[in-house]
Design a protein around this ligand. Structure first.
Ligand code: NAP
Length: 286
């Protein structure tokens, strides 16, 4: 029986996950097809219920369903519950279990691509949505010394800061519009963009919240956005002499962790990366 796996999202026209995951299934000769399941909110419950059928192996979940999907699952892994978002559904002993592999993907790619060990460092995190929540928890767990969370809507940054205070006492929330943003950037060892600013086809395409003068040459600047592969923030950071990491590596590693949970097999990272790069270049040139 050909097994089915897929991603729930809405809209879903720009997902690289089908290309990345199919490459991994094919590499291991697993008889499975990874599909893009464009799912409007009113169809999420029935879509998730279908996963209980034998032919389904599991699923990924993306915007806007990462929070709402949790109510349709039997169990939520501790890390996903802390983060408050699920991006991977795994079938375990007849149960649908929710995991969050974004946090792992973020830290793994940060360490692999920049060599930075977050322990004892100061970080500026742009954003307070699902991806920022995963990054904040991951950084807190890694022993970061200080975290400043900056968001367009300051109340969301404040709630996130309140939630992780028990893991990380030195955390503060600011608005991205405040002058304090530049100061926090200039003081940071690590700057992470977990907003969609600069993303292709978004309202903020071509924009960046920070420019060269605000970025220390000694900093690592990590942009979770992967389309375009070189975002305006990454270009500014490169001009400042900083170490720069783009979002594709995180996408690969969060996908690899999901693949391993579905199949029990080691994810072929280089195969998945090659497939991701190819699909991304086709997307960029289309
Ligand atoms: P989300 O939950 O919808 O959060 C979006 C965040 O971006 C919020 O902080 C939002 O601020 C901010 N934002 C949106 N438009 C903005 C604008 N024009 N100016 C300033 N801030 C803006 O989305 P998410 O899941 O966290 O994803 C955020 C980004 O990370 C997306 O670009 C996504 O593709 C990327 N991502 C990448 C990976 C990867 O593997 N590389 C994984 C997950 C996510 P408000 O709170 O003020 O609305």
């Amino acid at each position: 029986m050909t097994r089915l796996v897929g991603i729930f999202g809405y809209p879903l026209s720009h997902s690289l996950s089908p290309a990345i995951q199919q490459a991994a299934f094919d590499y291991h000769n697993i008889d499975a097809v990874y599909q893009a399941w464009q799912t409007p909110p009113e169809e999420l419950a029935s879509g998730v219920a279908k996963l209980r059928e034998d032919r389904y192996l599991g699923a990924n979940v993306t915007i806007p369903h990462k929070v709402k999907v949790m109510q349709h699952l039997d169990r939520i892994d501790r890390m996903a519950a802390d983060i408050g978002a699920v991006n991977t559904i795994v079938k375990e002993g007849g149960e649908l279990v929710g995991y969050n592999t974004d946090a792992y993907g973020f830290i793994k790619s940060l360490k692999d691509c920049s060599g930075l060990d977050p322990r004892g460092k100061r970080a500026l995190l742009l954003g307070a949505g699902g991806a920022a929540r995963a990054a904040a928890y991951a950084l807190a767990k890694e022993g970061i010394a200080r975290l400043t969370i900056a968001n367009r809507t300051p109340s969301r940054a404040e709630s996130l800061a309140d939630e992780i205070k028990n893991l990380l006492p030195d955390v503060q929330a600011i608005a991205t519009a405040e002058p304090g943003l530049i100061e926090a950037a200039q003081d940071a060892d690590l700057i992470v963009n977990a907003t969609s600013t600069g993303m292709r086809h978004s309202e903020s395409e071509g924009q960046t919240m920070l420019t060269t003068g605000a970025i220390p040459p000694s900093a690592v600047v990590y942009d979770m956005v992967y389309n375009p592969p070189e975002t305006p923030l990454m270009a500014e950071a490169r001009r400042a002499g900083a170490t720069v990491v783009g979002g594709l590596s995180m996408l690969i590693h969060q996908g690899a962790a999901a693949f391993q949970r579905w199949t029990g097999k080691e994810a072929p990272i280089s195969v998945m990366m090659a497939a991701g790069k190819k699909a991304l270049s086709q997307m960029v040139s289309s």
